[in-house]
Design a protein around this ligand. Structure first.
Ligand SMILES: [Ca+2]
Ligand SMILES: [Ca+2]
Length: 375
């Protein structure tokens, strides 16, 4: 069959069009901001501005709708960076318009290294967005040791609860220990960090256990609400099996490192006591280092509408994962246009419907990218 457009039979042309549609929407990638260092997460503010973090620089920056991009000064002398730990997730409160409050999840140093933790803090942004003041710490004591596997993702659930995705601090026994906040997805009341009413272990004596929504995670990096299906989580596997999990209250997702943090165990070990919940999608071997994720909303995304866009660190790409109504994995796309040579940390859909992504190459070369579907 000749390849010239003029000689293509109508049936073949129609087939090609169908193949293009199945390949996903055409997208344009723009650079919103350059010169960043490990921007970890971003959150949109009412009116179109955004706040974003830089993990290692322990900085928060505010970007106005007109593109004025400035540092937000704050006092938190013990904020700490080591390896994967630092200033990670950021989330504007739902009352931001009135309260100007937002959350961060970050590592904190103590007098003794054994007291270092990851914590969730509520802040208030000054009216000029140049400063932030600490309102209160709402959850402290999430484990971190070397910085490895420190989580930490913050997102609202459909019921208005605040979800906190955490890491196991590369410590054996943390993920299956319900009294530890590590290797969990916690569900708390916004503003106070108290357990959300209806949490699965509300009768427990330990305060942290009452906050637990799901457990048996290794290092939760992404949280995303699927409309009608509640919260989903993305975590990083060992040498195999990054996972996408659909969360169910009280569920055990099956991670338990062996003695001495032996990582040869499966990411979902069904041989553990009781019932474990298997992943909805797993990378297989090797891992690709999945990170943040969001379910894409809006017709402009074509066949990707409703699919999960996952940031991938190792392969410098965005993986689009489609699930059917029952939550079964259907297919994946790895759009070449979104493979820009940058490790992709956190995709966040903006109020304009476009996808904003923080990159993770380090060395001051990172970016915030904007992906515009042309559908
Ligand atoms: Ca698992
Ligand atoms: Ca079992």
């Amino acid at each position: 069959m000749p390849r010239g457009a003029a000689s293509v039979a109508p049936a073949v042309a129609a087939e090609r069009q169908a193949a293009d549609r199945a390949a996903g929407p055409r997208v344009r990638v723009r650079v919103v901001k350059r010169g960043l260092d490990h921007p970890w997460d971003l959150t949109f503010l009412p009116g179109g501005g955004m706040l974003y973090t830089q993990r290692d620089r322990l900085s928060i920056r505010h970007r106005s709708p007109s593109g004025r991009d400035r540092v937000v000064r704050f006092r938190e002398g013990r904020m700490w960076h080591s390896g994967e730990a630092g200033l990670m997730s950021i989330l504007a409160t739902r009352s931001f318009e009135k309260s100007r409050n937002f959350y961060t999840c970050h590592a904190n140093a103590a007098d003794r290294p054994s007291g270092h933790d990851v914590r969730v803090v509520l802040w208030r942004l000054a009216s000029d967005a140049r400063r932030a003041s600490r309102v209160r710490t709402i959850v402290a004591g999430l484990p971190t040791v070397s910085g490895r596997h420190s989580g930490c993702r913050l997102r609202y659930g459909p019921e208005g609860a605040l979800y906190i995705g955490t890491g196991d601090a590369a410590r054996t026994g943390v993920s299956q220990n319900l009294a530890s906040g590590g290797g969990k997805v916690l569900r708390v009341r916004p503003g106070t960090g108290k357990p959300w009413p209806g949490n699965p272990f509300l009768g427990a004596g330990k305060a942290m256990k009452r906050r637990v929504y799901t457990y048996g995670h290794r290092n939760v990096q992404g949280l995303a609400v699927r409309p009608g299906s509640g919260m989903w989580a993305v975590e990083q596997g060992t040498y195999r099996d990054d996972e996408v999990n659909r969360l169910r209250a009280g569920g055990n997702y099956g991670w338990q490192a062996g003695p001495g943090y032996d990582e040869s165990r499966p990411m979902t070990d069904f041989s553990l006591p009781g019932r474990q919940i298997g992943a909805r999608w797993a990378s297989g071997n090797p891992t690709i280092a999945t990170s943040g994720a969001t379910f894409l909303r809006g017709k402009r995304w074509g066949v990707w509408q409703g699919a999960l866009a996952v940031g991938v660190l190792k392969d410098s790409q965005i993986r689009i994962l489609a699930f059917d109504e029952a939550g079964r994995f259907v297919r994946a796309w790895t759009p070449a246009k979104l493979n820009t040579g940058y490790r992709m940390r956190s995709p966040v859909q903006g109020p304009d419907g476009n996808l904003y992504i923080t990159t993770d190459n380090g060395g001051g070369s990172d970016r915030i990218l904007k992906v515009v579907p042309r559908g």
